[in-house]
Design a protein around this ligand. Structure first.
Ligand code: 4AD
Ligand code: MG
Length: 435
């Protein structure tokens, strides 16, 4: 029987013989003894002490199996327990040129991501990400939403033509999906509230710390809901995921030096900030936007919010903020126009606090056939390409809505890592499709 490091680091094991398998994470030789920090296959670490002769030939990242007696010694790193090694079996001796050490450029760590995911930082982030996915799924299941899967090879744009990845699909042209939304909309008529977790693809030409070309998209859609119902769903989901994750991953967050005191405050309700008010706040602070020709002007009603304006709006916030009621002119064709306020969309983005910015977009969908066709035309989309989607407005259209949440955006906020590329093990960006 084999143990993991975490299991044997306990009073119950002291004096007992254990076997443990893993990799040489660090190695220090003294005249008499060799100190091996062994990393097991869940990233747990324990010191194993051997008489110097027994550890000959070992190198960093060699794979080994150690048998020995668990010993308590306050000098032992990683929790004061160690293994007094009796025997060691070597599976593979790694060449001495293992490229990942203590100090590396970010670029090298990305080029060698298949190896750098063995670093403790990446292990901690991966575990936090796993918890975010787990609790996200659990929230939907426990609250009566049904899981569905939508195709990722599609014929139409959802979020604008400029970020579509084109693909040769046999003899046709197709795209990688930007969002499962239109398919989820088709499902609510017979499956009720549904959710999916699928990769979404965006040919983002900008290099930013919050955009990936492929991201994990958690999306939900339900019939007979209005904007307020959708926002309640979002704030309950996000609060649950955060509270559960910071409890389950306290150790990993501490390793990342993430002070979670602000995350603990993330409980519903979140503030609803009308879009118009957001623009007033930004204007009162002299906030400017950069125009296409590079010149600057004050932000004004009608402008979309971007990374910088979202940072400005949320820099002092402790909880997420919903910006509600964007002009429909800055949102896609499917956003429902508020019948009481022409030009205003029944839509909201959730902005994470402390400058992290947008993590969800959602709202009520346009359920009227002719309005949606007009809006498609305005956006330069050909309604013929959406014939199946328009059928949904024809046969039993109902008020409905939903939202999409970017898993990596949420993980970035929870972990407080600067670059979104570090929230996913094998990131895809404009300049990176390998490893
Ligand atoms: O705001 P977006 O584009 O909205 C939609 O796709 C809707 N159709 C979703 C829906 O209502 N079902 O994307 C939703 C979220 C964003 O708020 C953001 O968190 C994330 O997806 N996201 C990205 N994450 C990483 N890299 C990118 N390039 C992203 N684009 C969007
Ligand atoms: Mg959005």
């Amino acid at each position: 029987m084999y143990f993991r490091a975490k299991e044997v680091k306990s009073e119950d094991f002291v004096g007992k013989e254990v076997s443990i398998r893993g990799w040489v994470h660090r190695l220090r030789r003294q005249k008499e003894n060799a100190f091996v920090l062994l990393r097991d296959d869940r990233g747990g670490i324990i010191q194993c002490v051997f008489p110097a002769g027994k550890a000959e030939g070992l190198t960093i990242e060699s794979s080994i199996e150690v048998a020995g007696i668990v010993n308590k010694d306050s000098r032992a790193p990683e929790g004061g327990f160690e293994i007094k090694g009796r025997s060691i079996k070597i599976f593979n001796v790694a060449p001495a040129d293992y490229p990942i050490g203590e100090y590396q450029s970010d670029e090298l760590l990305l080029d060698k991501r298949h190896l750098s995911l063995r670093t403790r930082r990446m292990i901690a982030i991966a575990k936090i990400r796993a918890s975010v996915l787990h609790f996200g799924r659990r929230w939907f299941v426990e609250n009566g939403w049904m899981e569905v899967t939508a195709p990722t090879i599609v014929k139409g744009a959802v979020e604008g033509g400029s970020t579509l990845f084109k693909l040769k699909y046999f003899d046709e042209e197709a795209y990688l999906s930007q969002s499962a939304q239109l398919y989820l909309e088709a499902m609510i008529f017979s499956l009720g509230p549904v959710w999916s977790l699928t990769p979404s693809f965006r040919a983002e030409k900008s290099r930013t710390v919050r955009h990936l070309a492929e991201f994990s998209h958690l999306e939900a859609e339900a019939p007979w809901v209005g904007l307020d119902d959708i926002l309640k769903t979002e704030e309950n989901l996000v609060s649950y995921v955060i509270q559960s994750t910071i409890t389950e991953r306290a150790e990993e967050l501490e390793f990342l030096k993430r002070d979670v005191s602000d995350l603990k405050k993330v409980q519903p309700p979140f503030e609803r900030l009308p879009y118009g008010r957001a623009i007033e706040v930004l204007r009162s602070r002299g906030f400017q936007v950069v125009q296409d020709d590079g010149s600057r002007r004050d932000i004004q009603f009608g402008d979309d919010l971007g990374i910088d304006s979202e940072r400005e709006l949320t820099k002092d916030a402790e909880k997420p903020i919903f910006v509600v009621g964007y002009p429909i002119s800055v949102k896609p064709f499917y956003v429902k126009e508020d019948p009481q306020r022409p030009g205003v969309g029944l839509t909201a983005d959730m902005l994470a606090p402390r400058g992290f910015g947008e993590i969800t977009s959602g709202g009520q969908r346009e359920d009227d056939m002719s309005s949606i066709i007009n809006r498609m035309r305005k956006e330069g989309l050909n309604p013929d390409a959406y014939d199946w989607y328009l059928d949904l407005r024809k046969y039993g259209s109902v008020p409905h809505g939903g939202f999409g949440l970017g898993i990596e955006r949420l993980v970035r906020w929870i972990t407080n890592v600067e670059d979104i590329k570090d929230t996913v093990l094998f990131p895809r960006t404009m300049s990176r499709v390998s490893p």
